[in-house]
Design a protein around this ligand. Structure first.
Ligand SMILES: Nc1ncnc2c1ncn2[C@@H]1O[C@H](COP(=O)(O)OP(=O)(O)OP(=O)(O)O)[C@@H](O)[C@H]1O
Ligand SMILES: [Mg+2]
Length: 324
């Protein structure tokens, strides 16, 4: 299969690319199980509801957790043509002008979902993409990685009818993860504030710094997920989380770029999400779920809804500041 673009094609693709999609956000962390899918799902609902604008979710994780969480059967979806894999597989790269991107977009089927929330569904086959790229002869690998990035950037731009795009990444550095991180305007890491989970986060920032300056996504801030509060102190976090949080903040502050320091002021943390059973149930059994649970007060803690409104509003504000 010859999928490598000729020099002429590659130059044409470069010339066709304008700026990045202005509302594209990559939710990333190489650590697994920290809440990336949870955040993309919750943020998708709240961004769509609060802004009334069109929001598009991208499930680029071969685990397909996001597609499952919003009501699709990944087993069935993976057997269809209209998945992320079929949208980004190498044979598509040279056919960008012929691809009908809108055909890959589906409304989120969950009945609780706002009407303006859509998804590009995941596929188990995304694993194959790395194999296909890795099979290229050694000195073509970098070129193909660049081509995938250019394709992803242009693909995101093709969804210009959507105001916000949220990309749910897998917990790894697969080529598609790297390309989408580089192709998005912004990135939004999420972590649980415990020693093991925060360990790898500064590495993500340093990796972003290795992306050529002209392509580098900007940090919107990081979200702390699964916050456990102590019963005693109103609003207080448990001790192990407090110490992990302050270590994380200190190490992230060192790696911020000048513009990020300006926009994020002195606080790269953009918001928190409590650890509550209602969140796990929202992701796993939406048909039986009532959104009222997000408004329920548990002791003196902010509700899930209050936390999500804060994160959504901060994201909108920080995006505006970066674009100003
Ligand atoms: N704040 C929370 N409260 C309760 N349960 C949560 C919370 N956040 C995540 N979970 C649960 O933890 C599990 C892992 O979350 P999630 O799938 O969002 O992590 P992830 O980072 O996307 O994982 P992966 O790296 O495998 O993609 C899920 O079962 C989810 O329901
Ligand atoms: Mg996930």
């Amino acid at each position: 299969m010859s999928t490598v673009l000729s020099d002429d094609d590659a130059i044409k693709i470069k010339a066709m690319i304008a700026d990045k999609h202005p509302g594209s956000i990559c939710v990333a962390n190489y650590k697994g199980g920290v809440g990336k899918t949870t955040l993309v799902c919750l943020l998708g609902y709240y961004l769509a509801e609060r802004t009334n604008k069109k929001v598009l979710l991208f499930d680029i994780d071969p685990q397909c957790s996001l597609s499952l969480a919003v009501g699709f059967d990944p087993e069935e979806v993976s057997q269809t043509e209209l998945t992320i894999y079929n949208l980004v597989k190498p044979t598509k790269w040279a056919k960008i002008s012929k691809t009908k991107f809108e055909n890959y977009v589906f409304p989120v089927p969950d009945t609780l979902s706002p009407d303006n929330l859509f998804i590009i569904r995941g596929s188990f086959d995304v694993d194959e993409l790395d194999m296909e790229i890795a099979k290229s002869i050694v000195n073509e690998e970098k070129r193909r990685i660049d081509e995938l990035f250019l394709y992803c950037k242009q693909m995101l731009n093709a969804f210009d009818g959507y105001d916000y795009i949220l990309v749910d990444c897998p917990p790894n550095k697969m080529f598609l993860t790297q390309a989408m991180l580089r192709a998005c305007s912004f990135y939004l890491p999420v972590t649980i504030p415990d020693a093991i989970s925060v360990y790898g986060m500064p590495r993500l920032l340093r990796w972003v710094k290795q992306i050529p300056a002209s392509d580098r996504p900007r940090l919107l801030g990081y979200v702390l997920n699964a916050i456990n509060r102590t019963g005693g102190v109103p609003g207080g976090k448990v001790y192990s989380q407090q110490s992990a949080e302050s270590r994380l903040k200190n190490s992230i502050m060192k790696d911020l770029e000048k513009i990020e320091k300006e926009i994020l002021a002195d606080d790269p943390m953009i918001g928190v999400i409590p650890r509550l059973d209602a969140i796990a149930r929202f992701l796993s059994e939406q048909t039986k779920f009532s959104r009222f649970e997000f408004k329920r007060k548990t002791s003196n803690q902010p509700t899930i809804e209050e936390c999500l409104v804060t994160i959504t509003d901060n994201i909108i504000e920080r995006m505006r500041a970066y674009h100003a």
